[in-house]
Design a protein around this ligand. Structure first.
Ligand SMILES: Nc1nc2c(ncn2[C@@H]2O[C@H](COP(=O)(O)OP(=O)(O)OP(=O)(O)O)[C@@H](O)[C@H]2O)c(=O)[nH]1
Length: 339
């Protein structure tokens, strides 16, 4: 059986982070190997061993992160390993002051891998430790004697931190907004077909059986558009959406499939409960009084009901059945429920 991609159904950033982590692992292996050699000739054997261990670790991680479903854990593991190795290098009395240049890239790395909140916390912790180690190794005398150099280093580090923090905050909110737009019908604000698919997978995954589905289509909607204009038709669709929201339970998912066709997913609902709700919806829609100028628009809906008790059921066959029942309702004279 084909395994689904580990990024399927995840935010886009998940896929980006996977690629970024792989790139970082390759970089770490490459530069780590260089430092193993450098430290060997500098006779810093402990540091050389730690760097060799880091190289080995990242090489082992490379194939794992490609298919893991626990990407966040691996990002954390990588960062902790990188932090530990570099902190050891910062603390080693024999390394040069330039080893502290690594500190500047850590906030960017942590933010891009872990996001605004955890990336921010991780980098703040790392910067505090690195600052402490710097003072411990070189004392305040160096800071006082070269204020220009100190200001440069502090400014670049703070710059990197603020830039990545702000960038991640904006990126996260843009991603939230985009995914909300991609899952919502703009006219009615109801979930769209893509969100129905997700809700169905979730309900099926949780074993919320029996699972029912109502397919609802307004009758002779074209006549409303033709007689009163498209804007009135839109207002009617929004009113129907409101009615569906009011009449359904919190766990139900009412969505607009397109045109004047709606669907309601009913987890843990058997066919008789679903039929009951469908009859109620039909009656409420029939009793709705939508006003246009001085006219009162008469609305009715036909509803098809499908229900499953089978674990692992898919959305498409259920939609197909509900659609067939809806067609029977239309064919049988409209303003009725068929189950
Ligand atoms: N106002 C408005 N009309 C829409 C929208 N989407 C589709 N429609 C219209 O919905 C109408 C659907 O017409 P039909 O498919 O013939 O259905 P109907 O008139 O409801 O007839 P039956 O379903 O057979 O009862 C068409 O006139 C479409 O232009 C929309 O977003 N807004």
């Amino acid at each position: 059986m084909n395994r689904a991609s580990p990024d399927q159904g995840m935010p886009l950033s998940h896929q980006h982070r996977r690629q970024l982590l792989r790139l970082l692992l390759a970089f770490t292996a490459f530069f780590g190997a260089i430092f193993v050699v450098v430290n060997f000739f500098a006779e810093r054997y402990w540091l050389m061993t730690i760097e060799a261990a880091l190289v080995l670790l990242v090489l082992l991680m490379l194939p794992i992160v490609q298919g893991t479903y626990h990407l966040r854990r691996w990002c954390l593991f990588y960062l902790v390993s990188l932090y530990a190795a570099t902190i050891y290098a910062l603390a080693s009395p024999t390394t040069s002051i330039t080893v502290f240049s690594w500190v500047m890239v850590m906030p960017i790395t942590a933010h891009l891998l872990l996001g605004r909140r955890w990336g921010g916390l991780f980098s703040a912790f790392y910067l505090a430790v690195a600052g402490g180690l710097f003072l411990w190794r070189f004392g305040t005398a160096l800071v006082v004697s070269s204020p220009g150099a100190t200001a440069n280093v502090l400014a670049v580090t703070a710059w990197g931190y603020m830039f990545s923090h702000f960038y991640e905050a904006r990126r996260e909110s843009a991603e939230r907004e985009l995914s909300q737009q991609a899952l919502t019908d703009p006219l009615t604000g109801l979930p769209n077909r893509a969100q129905l698919e997700q809700a169905f997978q979730r309900a099926a995954g949780e074993g919320a059986l029996p699972l029912s589905l109502l397919m609802l289509d307004l009758d002779y909607f074209k006549r409303i558009n033709d007689a009163h204009g498209h804007a009135t038709g839109d207002a009617v669709l929004r009113r129907i959406a409101e009615t569906l929201r009011e009449q359904t339970r919190q766990q139900d998912v009412a969505c607009r499939l397109g045109g004047e066709e709606f669907c309601v997913l009913l987890p843990r609902t058997d066919v008789s409960q679903a039929r009951h709700l469908a009859e109620r919806l039909r009656a409420v829609i029939e009793a709705l009084r939508c006003h246009h100028n001085d006219a009162v628009l008469a609305l009715t809906a036909s509803i098809g009901v499908a229900c499953t008790t089978t674990p692992g059921e898919q959305l498409d066959p259920m939609l197909h059945i509900a659609d067939k029942k809806l067609y029977e309702a239309k064919f049988g004279g409209r303003n009725r429920v068929v189950y």
